[in-house]
Design a protein around this ligand. Structure first.
Ligand SMILES: NC(=O)C1=CN([C@@H]2O[C@H](COP(=O)(O)OP(=O)(O)OC[C@H]3O[C@@H](n4cnc5c(N)ncnc54)[C@H](OP(=O)(O)O)[C@@H]3O)[C@@H](O)[C@H]2O)C=CC1
Ligand SMILES: CC(C)(CO)C(=O)C(=O)O
Length: 327
């Protein structure tokens, strides 16, 4: 397949290596030192004892790469407004292309094609991306999903992956069939990144969001690795209580999640959550999507979330003080 990874950083770099090593025609949209390193030496994935290398076609100009079978948008959510405004995805999209958005947090596409009877979501600034992106891509090509894979850019061009499992989960946002999305799922699974068939985009978004709401938010406060949320006796119950508050929000919007919280907690990787990496490196933080939006959803539905609200307020304040919360 012709597959473009838009944003070949930690997670995007991982997917580019796996798909490229499996023989697909992979290109990446990258910039800055990451683009220079990819052009000079390709991408290297370090995963356990494994070292996988691939040299994708790389550019900072999507028009150089042409129409694709699938585009995986793997930038931070904070980079999406500029991508929408510059219509940067348009040159990559043909009539059958699947365009998969894989950001953490409340997704900009959440209100698109809501199922009948879904409770109305609150009107959030991040939903301002709906019109420009839908114009560029078309609702029928739009796929939403999540990343279950921990990664860090160790140095430009080199990705470290400490996860016990690596998985993407996605589905069409408006619910219709999209053969290229199915083909992409099969290609990823064959390359070593599992993609379950037949996922619901909103359902999987909520399953991931509740993990970030708890773990990523706590780590932003403590400055520690996500594994601390399964190791520290005081953090263990706090993490669980926050996940349960998150599950109550999801349930209020029609997504009762069947999650074994303790088992999920036991699987937390030895990894610095990406929002903490951003905080430490002075990069824009996804605090509006990961912490603020879910609390706004809770308020709109009258769901009490005292712990999430407290930790959100701390995370938001930390981001503001460092000038890392986009307006
Ligand atoms: N890292 C992780 O372990 C996990 C991350 N996630 C989520 O996945 C998403 C991606 O995160 P992650 O991979 O860590 O992000 P990274 O910041 O590592 O990678 C994103 C890359 O996209 C580049 N980029 C942004 N805008 C453009 C543009 N217009 N043109 C070209 N390149 C661009 C960035 O460049 P620049 O640095 O110059 O901005 C960066 O290299 C986030 O939503 C994150 O929350 C989910 C699960 C785990
Ligand atoms: C911590 C992790 C891997 C899962 O909660 C994540 O999503 C992130 O680093 O942003």
């Amino acid at each position: 397949m012709r597959i473009c990874i838009f944003g070949a950083g930690a997670t995007g770099g991982h997917m580019a290596v796996r798909l490229g090593a499996a023989g697909h025609d992979v290109s990446v949209v990258a910039r800055g030192p990451q683009l220079e390193a990819i052009r000079a030496n390709g991408l290297t994935l370090l995963s356990g004892d494994e070292r996988v290398h691939h040299v994708p076609t790389a550019s900072d100009r999507p028009a150089d790469l042409g129409q694709q079978d699938a585009v995986l948008v793997m930038t931070k959510a904070t980079a999406l407004p500029a991508i929408a405004e510059t219509e940067a995805l348009a040159p990559l999209v043909g009539p059958d292309t699947a365009v998969v958005f894989l950001q953490n947090g409340m997704a900009w596409w959440y209100p698109v094609g809501l199922p009948a009877g879904h409770r109305a979501p609150p009107d959030l600034p991040l939903f301002g991306l709906v019109d420009p992106f839908v114009r560029q891509i078309g609702v029928e090509r739009l796929v939403g999903g999540i990343i279950l894979s921990a990664n860090e850019v160790e140095e430009p061009g080199v990705i470290r992956n400490p996860s016990m499992r690596n998985m993407l989960r996605f589905g069409t946002v408006a619910g219709g069939p999209l053969p290229m999305a199915d083909a992409l799922g099969e290609a990823l699974t064959a390359s070593g990144v599992t993609v379950p068939k037949g996922d619901d985009a909103r359902l999987v978004m909520w399953t991931k969001l509740i993990q970030n709401l708890a773990g990523s938010s706590l780590c932003l406060g403590t400055g520690d690795l996500i594994s601390s949320c399964r190791e520290d006796e005081e953090l263990i119950p706090v993490y669980q209580a926050m996940v349960r508050e998150g599950m109550a929000i999801a349930a209020a919007y029609g997504y009762p999640l069947d999650i074994d919280v303790e088992a999920m907690q036991r699987g937390l990787p030895v990894h610095k959550p990406s929002i903490l990496q951003d905080y430490e490196l002075g990069r824009p933080m996804e605090v509006r999507e990961m912490q603020e939006a879910p609390v706004a959803f809770a308020r709109a539905a009258g769901v009490p979330v005292p712990m999430l609200q407290a930790v959100m307020a701390i995370a938001r304040r930390r981001a503001i003080l460092k000038g890392l919360r986009p307006e």
